[in-house]
Design a protein around this ligand. Structure first.
Ligand code: PLP
Length: 422
C-alpha cells in the first residue's frame, strides 16, 4: 500500500527493508524487536536522537493547546516564539521566516522570492540562477532545475528550466569559475544557489570553507542575491550551527529544514534578510505581495518541538560532542577503513561522511551490498550509488562511533572478499 520514494517497488521486498515499530535513543527497533543503530540520522534529519523525553513533552503540551492554525494572514504564538529563537542563531541580517513543510518546498520559495525581489523593483531580465554541478536541492520541478540531475531524475529533463551551471565540487576551480560566471551573467541572474561546504547528495563532495568567501564577495560586487541551501548542513552537522558561519557567508536567503525540529516533524523555512523582505512591502493586496504559501506553513506542533530542540541543543552542548565525535570518526576511518581494498576515498566534514567505494570492473551495486551487510550487523546506513553515507546522530557516544566504523569495515571486507573469491 505504501509507495516508497527513490525505491523500485517491484524489488522492494527483496532488499529486506526494516519495518520500524519504535525507537530508543539512537536505535530504531523493528516490528520483530531487532535493534538498529541509526547511522544516517533517518535520512540526515535526526539531531539529538529518537524518542527524546523533552521533545516528546513539547509535542504533547502543544497538542493540548492547538495543533495547527493557518499562518496565511494570521499568527500563532508558538510559531512566533520559534521564529524569534531562530532569528538569534541564523547568519542572516534581520531575518524573516517563511515556513514550509519540506526542504524542496523551502528552496522553491527561495527561488520565487529571489525572482520577485527584482521584479518588485522594476528590474527586468533577472530570470535565471547560477547553480553548481553535483547540486541537489530537492525534487520539485524548480528545485530539480537548479539541481544537477542524476538519481534517475534525467527523465524529467524536458521539464527543467535552464540555469547557469558552475562546475561541481569535485573540480577544485569550481568557486573561481562560479565567480567569473556571476560577473558574466550579472544582468540575468536573480540569485546564486549554493550548498555551503558540503554537497551532500553528490556523495559528500567538499570544498574548503575559505573558498566560499569569494562567492559571497562576487554576489555583493555584482548585486546578485545569494541563497545558501543549508537543508542538509544546518543544525550542527558540519560542526557549527550552520555551515555558512565557517564560510564567512551572510546570505540574502537561507534555506533550512531537516534538523529544524530535531527530526520530529516535517518543517522547513526560507529565511530572508531585511533587504529582501523590505522589497515585498507595499499596499494591501498590491503587486509586491508574495502570493505564495502552504497549508501547513508554520505548524504549531512542529514549532513547539523546534523551540524545545533549540533549547536542548544548547543545554546538551551538542556542538562540543560533534567536535569530539567527528575527530574520533576521522581517526578511526583513516585507521580502519581508508586502508581497505575496495575503498577509493573518504570525504568528511563534521559528522557528514561519504566513503567512496572502488568496485572492480564489472562488479555491481557495491554501495547497496555494503549497506545491506551493515544492516544485517545492526547498523542502519544507506548508500548514494557506490558512496556509503555515514551521518551519525549528533549526540552519538564514542562507543557508538566505534561500532559504526567496525561494522562498516567488516561489511566492506565481506563484500570485497566475496568479489575476489567469485
Ligand atoms: C541540500 C538539500 N537541499 C534540499 C533538500 C530537499 O529536502 P527535502 O527532502 O526535505 O525536500 C535536500 C535533501 O536531501 C538537500 O540535501
Amino acid at each position: 500500500m505504501v509507495w516508497h520514494g527513490f525505491t523500485q517497488m517491484a524489488t522492494y521486498a527483496e532488499n529486506s527493508p526494516i519495518i520500524v515499530e519504535c525507537a530508543e535513543g539512537r536505535e530504531l527497533i523493528d516490528v520483530d524487536g531487532n535493534r538498529y543503530l541509526d547511522a544516517i540520522s533517518s535520512l540526515w534529519i535526526t539531531t539529538l536522537g529518537h524518542h527524546v523525553p523533552e521533545l516528546d513533552a513539547a509535542l504533547r503540551e502543544q497538542a493540548d493547546l492547538v495543533a495547527h492554525s493557518t499562518l496565511l494572514g494570521n499568527g500563532n504564538r508558538t510559531t512566533i516564539e520559534f521564529a524569534e529563537a531562530l532569528a538569534g542563531i541564523v547568519p542572516v541580517d534581520e531575518p524573516h521566516f517563511l515556513f514550509a513543510s519540506d526542504g524542496a518546498a523551502a528552496v522553491e520559495q527561495a527561488l520565487k522570492i529571489a525572482f520577485q525581489f527584482w521584479t518588485n523593483q522594476g528590474v527586468t531580465g533577472r530570470t535565471t540562477y547560477l547553480a553548481f554541478g553535483g547540486a541537489y536541492h530537492g525534487d520539485t520541478i524548480g528545485t530539480l532545475s537548479v539541481g544537477a540531475g542524476g538519481f534517475g531524475t534525467d527523465i524529467f529533463d524536458p521539464l527543467r528550466f535552464d540555469v547557469v551551471r558552475a562546475p561541481g565540487y569535485d573540480d577544485p576551480g569550481c568557486l573561481t569559475a562560479a565567480c567569473a560566471l556571476i560577473e558574466r551573467h550579472r544582468d540575468q541572474l536573480a540569485a546564486v544557489i549554493v550548498e555551503p561546504l558540503v554537497q551532500g547528495a553528490a556523495g559528500m563532495q567538499l570544498r574548503p570553507a575559505a573558498e566560499f568567501a569569494a562567492l559571497g564577495r562576487a554576489c555583493e560586487a555584482h548585486d546578485v542575491l545569494l541563497i545558501c541551501d543549508e537543508v542538509a548542513t544546518g543544525f550542527g552537522r558540519t560542526g557549527t550551527m550552520f555551515a555558512s558561519e565557517q564560510c564567512g557567508l551572510r546570505p540574502d536567503l537561507m534555506v533550512i529544514g531537516k534538523g529544524i525540529t530535531g527530526g520530529y516533524l516535517p518543517m522547513a523555512a526560507t529565511v530572508a534578510n531585511r533587504r529582501v523582505y523590505d522589497a515585498f512591502l507595499g499596499e494591501d493586496l498590491g503587486e509586491r505581495t508574495l502570493y505564495h504559501g502552504h497549508s501547513y506553513s508554520g505548524n504549531a506542533l512542529a514549532s513547539a518541538v523546534g523551540l524545545a530542540h533549540l533549547e536542548l541543543f544548547d543545554s546538551l552542548e551538542v556542538l562540543g560532542n560533534v567536535a569530539a565525535r567527528s575527530a574520533q570518526l576521522d581517526e578511526l576511518l583513516r585507521e580502519r577503513v581508508a586502508v581497505l581494498p575496495g575503498v577509493a576515498q573518504i570525504r568528511q566534514h563534521g559528522l557528514m561522511v561519504g566513503v567512496e567505494l572502488d568496485p572492480p570492473v564489472g562488479a555491481s551495486r557495491w554501495g547497496r551490498r555494503v549497506t545491506a551487510e551493515s544492516v544485517r550487523r545492526g547498523v542502519l546506513i544507506r548508500p548514494l550509488g557506490d558512496v556509503v553515507v555515514l551521518m551519525p546522530i549528533l549526540t552519538s557516544t564514542a562507543e557508538e562511533i566505534e561500532r559504526i566504523v567496525s561494522v562498516l569495515a567488516e561489511s566492506i571486507t565481506a563484500v570485497a572478499g566475496s568479489e575476489t573469491s567469485t
